[in-house]
Design a protein. Structure first.
Length: 209
């Protein structure tokens, strides 16, 4: 899995343990999703190129580095992906934001798209698709299919928990897309939920169940 990064940072793993707990309420759950997203974004942006500039400090001129002309865009998959948005924007506040809406058909577990709104200059940007869970991989694959029609510079996928089945499906469908996650769990159950997972991320973020 050369293009899959599982971030085992102690802070992420600690927060993830609280996130999984069924007794964690929506307010704390939302905060943890955002915090973990920030830490994952730190890892996912590690390869951004730098260029040298000169900055005048109160003491002298310093040769230092800034990001080299990279334009970023974050695209959460609705609705749960919006829970990660504040966290990633706290690191890259100048990034633009798109949205892709999908829901899972309860009978087939297949993604049903219903909304897509992307920045007008998406073709000039490095795109990060965000969704807390990578279960079957269907929503991620479909979202990336839609984004690729606009020919962005690159696409990365960020999630918090992934299932092996989802990772395989996404890497088979889009081998050029790097995946960043906090944990790869055991498997999917008969209802296509990640085991042990954390339940339905959207319901827990928004308190709808």
């Amino acid at each position: 899995m050369a293009n899959v990064t599982i971030t085992n940072h102690p802070l992420i793993q600690h927060k993830l343990s609280i996130l999984r707990d069924k007794n964690t309420g929506s307010k704390e759950f939302r905060a943890l999703i955002s915090e973990i997203a920030t830490l994952l974004c730190y890892e996912a942006t590690r390869d951004l190129p730098l260029e040298e500039v000169e900055v005048e400090t109160p003491v002298a001129v310093a040769k230092t580095k800034v990001i080299s002309g990279k334009k970023l865009a974050f695209v959460p998959i609705l609705r749960a992906g919006t829970g990660m948005l504040d966290g990633v924007l706290s690191l890259v506040p100048s990034a633009k934001v798109g949205h892709i809406g999908m829901y899972r058909d309860p009978e087939t577990a297949l993604p049903i798209p219903y909304y897509c709104k992307l920045p007008a200059d998406i073709s000039q940007r490095e795109v990060f698709v965000v969704d807390p869970m990578l279960a079957t991989g269907g929503s991620a694959i479909d979202a990336i299919n839609q984004i690729k029609e606009y020919k962005p510079k690159s696409i990365k996928f960020m999630c918090i928990i992934a299932a092996p089945e989802g990772i395989k499906a996404l890497t088979d469908a889009h081998p050029d897309v790097d995946i960043f996650c906090a944990a790869c769990d055991e498997c999917l159950n008969d209802h296509k939920y990640i085991v042990p997972g954390l339940g339905d991320a959207g319901d827990r973020i928004f308190g709808t169940k």
